[in-house]
Design a protein around this ligand. Structure first.
Ligand code: SF4
Length: 285
């Protein structure tokens, strides 16, 4: 039986356990029912359930224009993935089945879910074939695998810019020492060969994708053009999105207008972060 390693949010937001029995606590959304909305990208506003996988091969630490730092918005699935849940794919399938109600969309996210592509493909196959659900996967675009790709409807790919690189000053401010992904993040975060595989796969198979860049600096548009868009071919301009850096309303207030202007000036789409507006920065929403 395949096992998935999930971040402690697991399948969320939910109100029933794997046997269909009511959970004693309300979801973190504060609502009395299962489900939330997708907050980002082309499907922003679409009612969805999320499955959050643990662990990531990157360690994003950004600088905001005001000099403050902002790291990964799901540190419990990357920097501090120590409270993982190991669940059989059958259990995860039953959690989705018992909580999906009238929803039609499931988002596989992380962390970096493609690290577990084999086990996720077992889950995704059942979600597609037995429940006929629309599946998105949210990935940093460093890994591609056919086994999961065939079951995915929307690839939401968020390649990371150099502003996400851990450097000695950032590490010192967080009290961290270089180890594992903190060391190799700068070399791994950009993989044009893998990104081109996603573009080619979507074009050949009629699948949807979005390249969603997290933007925190005024000069980021140059890096997006020179380092990512120039070497890629056959990418539709309507699939390029800019999302403001920030995991809280205060952080988004620093970046949103600058990113909006950059998106309009370059003819790219602006991607809001609706869930932060609606629910704040907490987990499980
Ligand atoms: S790639 Fe995503 S999950 Fe991984 S550290 Fe960066 S923001 Fe977090």
């Amino acid at each position: 039986m395949s096992k998935l390693v999930l971040a402690n949010e697991g399948v969320f937001p939910i109100t029933k356990d794997q046997n269909g029995q009511p959970l004693k606590d309300c979801p973190a959304t504060g609502m009395s029912f299962s489900g939330t909305i997708q907050g980002e990208g082309k499907l922003a506003g679409v009612p969805s359930l999320f499955v959050r996988l643990a662990s990531c091969n990157l360690r994003c630490m950004w600088a905001l224009p005001n000099g403050s730092l902002c790291r990964c918005d799901t540190p419990y699935a990357s920097f501090e993935a120590e409270q993982d849940l190991q669940l059989d794919t059958d259990v995860v399938f039953n959690l989705v089945k018992n909580n999906i109600g009238d929803l039609t969309h499931v988002v596989l996210t992380g962390g970096e879910p493609m690290l577990q592509h084999k086990a996720i493909s077992v889950l995704a196959k059942r979600l597609k074939e037995e429940l006929k659900l629309h599946l998105s996967i949210e990935t940093n675009g460093t890994i591609f695998a056919d086994d999961i790709a065939r079951y995915i409807d929307l690839f939401s790919i968020s390649p990371k810019l150099s502003n996400s690189d851990p450097n000695p000053e950032k590490l010192a401010r967080y009290g961290l020492k270089t180890s594992g992904p903190l060391n190799y993040h700068p070399q791994k975060r950009k993989n044009i060969e893998v990104l081109q595989k996603y573009v080619d796969y979507c074009n050949a198979n009629g699948k949807e994708m979005q390249l969603k860049f997290v933007v925190g600096q005024k000069t980021d548009y140059r890096e997006i053009k020179d380092e990512f868009l120039t070497p890629l071919h056959d990418l539709s301009p309507t699939d390029i999105m800019l999302m403001p850096l920030g995991a809280t309303k205060d952080e988004l207030a620093v970046t949103s207008k600058m990113v909006l202007e950059m998106a309009i000036q370059n003819g790219w789409r602006y991607a809001p972060r609706l869930h932060i507006d609606l629910f704040g920065p907490g987990a499980g929403v």
